[in-house]
Structures are given as C-alpha cells and as structure tokens.
Ligand binder design. Structure first.
Ligand code: FES
Length: 155
C-alpha cells in the first residue's frame, strides 16, 4: 500500500459518507483501496473493511464480484468468453481450450499462472463480431489468441 495514505482513514471517511448503507460509498471506498494498492484490493484490506463496517465477508466479496473493475488479490482480472452458438461457429471453443491449456484454468476458476478469473458465458449480444470476450467488463470483438495473450501481458 502507498505511503501517506491510510486504510483506516479511508474507512472512517467513507463511514462518514454512510458506507455501507450507501452502496456507492462502499464501492468508492473499495476503488480507493484498489488505487492505493497497486491495482488490486489485498485480502487483508477486505478483512479490515468487513470488520470496521460490520459486514459479512461474503457480502463484501459479492459486491466486489458485481463490479468487474474491482480486483482482488485472488482474482485480479476477469476474462469472460462467449460460449454462445454463433461464437461457437466462429471458433470460440478452440479459444476456450487455448485458455484452459495455456493458463491452466477451467471456466469458473482462477488462473494462478495468468492472474485472472475465467468464465465462459452465454451470448454477449455481439454475435456478428464474434468470437466475443470481455476483459474486466470491456467487450472485445474478433477475439483470437493474440488478443488474449496481449490482454494478459498488458495487465
Ligand atoms: S454468440 Fe457470442 S456474442 Fe452472441
């Protein structure tokens, strides 16, 4: 975590702005923690926030999952790949297999090697431009191995 910034002070500040009752304030706190922690929210910080705001850790984890831009140490990034029929015709299955083999991860799991969570989803409503994927919630068209490798390398 960055020097000159204190998790305790950030928690107190957002408590004063009605977190956790106001979910926007809670998400703003999580974003601030992430920004001050090299782009991922440390597990210890999640524990401290849960304790200080009297929240269940499962609730906090659910909030983090709902916002793909929030990243934790366990799952710093989220790779979602379309498994819909039209993308399948465009070769998405081969891409799924590539991800599974190259990064040793199955859908629903976390790749320790690549540092991302992997999910095969339903249609992303981008069929004419498939294969479709989302990286941290941003949609990409015409996905191929090079794109996947670049997203993972650039993270
Ligand atoms: S089937 Fe992939 S975007 Fe529709």
């Amino acid at each position: 975590m960055e020097q000159g910034w204190s998790l305790r002070e950030a928690i107190d500040y957002y408590k004063g702005r009605n977190a956790p009752q106001d979910q926007q304030a809670l998400v703003a706190l999580l974003r601030e923690v992430q920004e001050h922690s090299d782009g991922t929210i440390p597990a210890a910080a999640l524990d401290e926030i849960a304790d200080a705001l009297k929240l269940k850790k499962t609730f906090l984890s659910a909030v983090v999952k709902r916002f793909p831009s929030l990243r934790t140490e366990e799952a710093p990034h989220l790779l979602e790949m379309c498994g819909g029929e039209r993308c399948r015709k465009r070769g998405c299955r081969e891409l799924h297999r590539y991800v599974e083999d190259a990064f040793q991860v199955k859908s629903g799991g976390v790749s320790k090697r690549g540092g991302f969570q992997f999910k095969v989803t339903g249609c992303m409503k981008n069929c004419p431009n498939g294969p479709s994927l989302k990286w941290d919630g941003t949609l990409y068209s015409g996905a191929d191995q090079q794109l996947i490798q670049k997203l993972i390398d650039d993270k």
